[in-house]
Design a protein around this ligand. Structure first.
Ligand SMILES: Cc1cc2nc3c(=O)[nH]c(=O)nc-3n(C[C@H](O)[C@H](O)[C@H](O)COP(=O)(O)OP(=O)(O)OC[C@H]3O[C@@H](n4cnc5c(N)ncnc54)[C@H](O)[C@@H]3O)c2cc1C
Length: 446
């Protein structure tokens, strides 16, 4: 069995590469040990957003009177919300399988082991390949907190499938995943506490916007403990006791459930990676060039495994670039404008350089801030909500970075992303006719 491309891992990186290479006429084999779609489709991007959408609909129903609509009594059925999530996942996984089959990709269900750069083993079978693409993704990092072995804790997987609402939940880690679950459970009435070691939630996101979002969720009832270190975990009478320390001293909080979401790490063990002798970076990640090729020619590493961005859309673009290099099509990877979204309600989206990064590099810029209320559509659809659009502009008008708090920031940030990637200036937005009324018109107001 000889293929022009062998792919280990069927997540966004793997299935995108398989489809692109199949379309280009290469013979492709894709190995997936669990379910096609990887973390993103089965336990990440899609399931979380499906649950969050149910929570959003429930929120709208509860607060319908803000829009002069009467809803007698809004309620929800968590088991049905989860069943719907599973239906959505199943549909999308089947869609991917159909696409790959249509492009003659051989899908092998099983755990693959890399023997050398031209050989992959799966079960008893040996597969030869001209090119090898590794995209085994990442896994949840469990912090070595004293007592962690003795208590029951949730990772995102349990939080996605738990059919009974806890009365209270402590989330350790106020990053994107932590905040999305905080938003979901808070909407459904769970008493949520978020413990974050840094001085603000959502590290990497514009601090001003993160603080505004935090204030919004504090109003909804989430308790935030910032600059707080978790020092121990133990079993309590009604759940788990979390001991912590901060500037005010040492204290504890008890909750029925505990969710650990302090980060994810590339999966670099257990599939024969060591047989390739790939060069690593200072951060101990696999070194890749602008074509996602590793130090061994013909071996490519895409998605979470290379540790660069840990986002599905980055994985997708990297996979396209790697396949283009294999088929000899000119293309290079750019990380200049990778959007980062927090799908809370309201959403936060950012892209390009942050203020912190520009200050560190000594690049002069102006931060232009506009209230989202400058958009008529935003005012019409967001009763009682404030939002901000912040654009970082170079001295010559070039757009360097943008952040947005307010719905639907996740859909609109691409307008800024395109401007940043193509080194456009603020005035360039004015040359385009934006549909009216839309929230995106805010970019023409700058
Ligand atoms: C709760 C949560 C929410 C998220 N939300 C978002 C979001 O909204 N937006 C976003 O951009 N990103 C989000 N992410 C991150 C996103 O899921 C990842 O960035 C993305 O899945 C990475 O894709 P990948 O192809 O690199 O790897 P993965 O999706 O992790 O896929 C890797 C695949 O490789 C398979 N595999 C591993 N080893 C082997 C082997 N030896 N043989 C065969 N198969 C193997 C695994 O089974 C897996 O299916 C979220 C993640 C989580 C956990």
């Amino acid at each position: 069995m000889k293929y022009q491309l062998a792919i280990v891992g069927g997540g966004p990186a793997g299935y995108t590469a398989a489809e692109a290479a199949g379309k280009a006429g290469l013979s492709v084999v894709l190995f997936e040990k669990n379910s096609l779609g990887g973390v993103c489709l089965n336990e990440g991007c899609i399931p979380t957003k499906t649950l969050l959408y149910s929570a959003k609909v429930y929120d709208y129903a509860k607060h319908a009177s803000k829009y002069a609509v009467t809803v007698p009594e809004a309620s929800f059925d968590l088991a049905k919300i989860i069943a719907r999530k599973q239906k959505v996942v199943r549909k999308l996984v089947l869609g991917i399988k159909a696409k790959l089959t249509a492009h003659q990709v051989t899908i092998v269900t099983g755990e693959a082991t890399v023997v050398d750069k031209n050989t992959v083993k799966c079960g008893e079978e040996i597969y030869e390949c001209d090119n090898l693409l590794l995209c085994t993704g990442s896994e949840t990092f469990i912090p070595p907190i004293p007592g962690v072995e003795e208590v029951d804790y949730w990772t995102h997987r349990n939080a996605l499938d738990n059919k009974e609402l806890p009365a209270s939940l402590v989330i350790v880690g106020g990053g994107v995943i932590g905040m999305e679950f905080a938003s979901f459970f808070c909407s459904l009435g769970v008493k949520v506490t978020v413990i974050e070691m840094m001085d603000e939630i959502l590290g990497g996101v514009d601090k001003e916007l993160s603080a505004l979002l935090r204030a919004e969720y504090a109003k909804k009832g989430i308790k935030f403990l910032l600059s707080t270190k978790v020092t121990g975990l133990s079993k309590g009478e009604n759940g788990t006791v979390v001991a912590y320390e901060n500037a005010e001293g040492a204290a504890t909080v008890e909750a029925e459930k505990l969710l650990l979401s302090v980060g994810r790490r590339p999966v670099m063990k257990g599939f024969g990676l060591e047989n390739l002798g790939l060069e690593l970076t200072e951060r101990k990640c696999i070194k890749v060039d602008e074509h996602l090729q590793s130090s061994v020619p013909g071996v490519y590493v895409c998605g979470d495994l290379n540790g660069v961005s840990l986002l599905a859309h980055t994985a997708v673009r990297e996979a396209e670039v790697a396949v283009h290099h294999i088929i000899g099509k000119e293309d290079t990877m750019s990380y200049r404008a990778i959007p980062g979204i927090v799908y809370t309600n309201p959403e936060i989206a950012s892209v390009g350089a942050s203020e912190e990064a520009l200050q560190k590099e000594g690049i002069p810029y102006q931060a232009v801030k506009l209230p989202m209320a400058f958009s008529g559509r935003f005012v019409a659809e967001n009763e009682g909500m404030n939002g901000v659009c912040k654009v970082l502009v170079a001295e010559d008008g070039e757009v360097l970075g943008a952040s947005m708090l307010g719905n639907p920031a996740s859909e609109l940030i691409v307008l800024a992303g395109i401007a940043i990637e193509d080194r456009k200036k603020v005035e360039d937005w004015k040359r385009y006719v934006f549909p009216h009324p839309t929230v995106g018109e805010i970019f023409r107001e700058l």
